[in-house]
Design a protein around this ligand. Structure first.
Ligand code: SF4
Length: 298
């Protein structure tokens, strides 16, 4: 295996194939409600990540609805995906997370959030939930370059990420990090700085996203005005390989690229070639004798 895949991790941890239930927890984001900003990050759609989900249903209804359909897996991870899923009072958080646990086939919770939304009261809730079920937090970092962070309107400094890692580690809460490849103004040097910084925080998981332009976003306006050019497919494949070499060998690679919601992709057209990109990353790594972590220095 040239890198540590999410499926292999799940299979080892739960001794069976594990499915994923994506949940819209009905939260918003400080980058949208005026606390940090109103427009959101420049690449983010109006429903946050997980545009296809149904915010009209409660968490419980979404889980029940999911299990009304047949699924070949016997165990599942419930993933709180849209917006910032720790951005509410502790009572609300506890209720929504607990509502996802109504079905015993759910064996773990993954909670997508921002490093600046992890106060001690929130960590108390996460610690309590972790007593009941496996749990990890997914931090939308994207880059450690604060100039890029300002350009994409992330709304917090990288220092917040480093502090969040320390607080999560102190509580024994595993964390995964979302990184974006092909951000405006970023090339190989900026990506390597981000990856090396994140590698030193030794996350449980990393999720890689190629930046794509979705319709209705501010990045679309930049793209149409010629201010943003998406990364080419070959450059993306090489950037992913370089990233995998630099990450710790035991970090789980949760994803190699992301999907644009159906019908919303503006560019790059190759973003739909997911299977081909995956296969090419594996093929090139195997051909060159490369494995995850080869360039990681603990
Ligand atoms: S922090 Fe996440 S949910 Fe909020 S605007 Fe940015 S990408 Fe969207």
């Amino acid at each position: 295996m040239v890198f540590r895949t999410f499926n292999s991790y799940l299979k080892a941890a739960y001794h069976t194939e594990v499915g994923k239930i994506c949940i819209d927890g009905g939260f918003t984001c400080p980058n949208r409600d005026g606390t940090k900003g109103v427009g959101g990050c420049i690449f983010c759609g109006e429903r946050g990540a997980g545009e296809h989900l149904c915010a009209a249903m409660s968490v419980r209804e979404q889980v029940e609805d999911y299990f009304r359909r047949p699924h070949r897996q016997k165990k599942f991870v419930a993933y709180f995906q849209n917006f910032t899923n720790t951005y509410a009072s502790p009572d609300v958080l506890m209720r929504r997370y607990t509502d996802a646990l109504i079905d015993p086939r759910i064996v773990a919770l993954a909670i997508g959030t921002r490093p600046d939304c992890l106060g001690e009261d929130v960590l108390d809730v996460l610690s309590a939930i972790k007593e009941r079920i496996d749990l990890w937090v997914e931090l939308g970092l994207q880059t450690t370059n604060d100039d890029t962070a300002r350009r994409i309107r992330r709304g917090y400094a990288t220092e917040e990420y480093l502090r969040a890692c320390e607080r999560l580690r102190a509580r024994g809460i595993p964390f995964a990090v979302h990184l974006m490849i092909g951000l405006p103004g970023e090339g190989t040097d900026e990506l390597r700085t981000t990856v090396d910084t994140v590698a030193r925080t030794h996350p449980f998981g990393v999720k890689l996203h190629g930046v794509y332009v979705m319709d209705g976003t501010d990045l679309q306006a930049d793209y149409l005005a010629g201010r943003y050019t998406p990364i080419e497919k070959d450059a993306y494949i090489e950037a992913v390989i370089d990233t995998l070499l630099r990450l710790p060998p035991d970090t789980v690679i949760l994803r190699l690229m992301s999907d644009c919601p159906p019908g919303r992709l503006v560019a790059p057209a190759w973003n739909t070639d997911k299977a081909e990109v995956h296969a090419e990353i594996r093929r090139r790594m195997a051909e060159r004798g490369l494995t995850q972590g080869m360039l990681f220095t603990p």
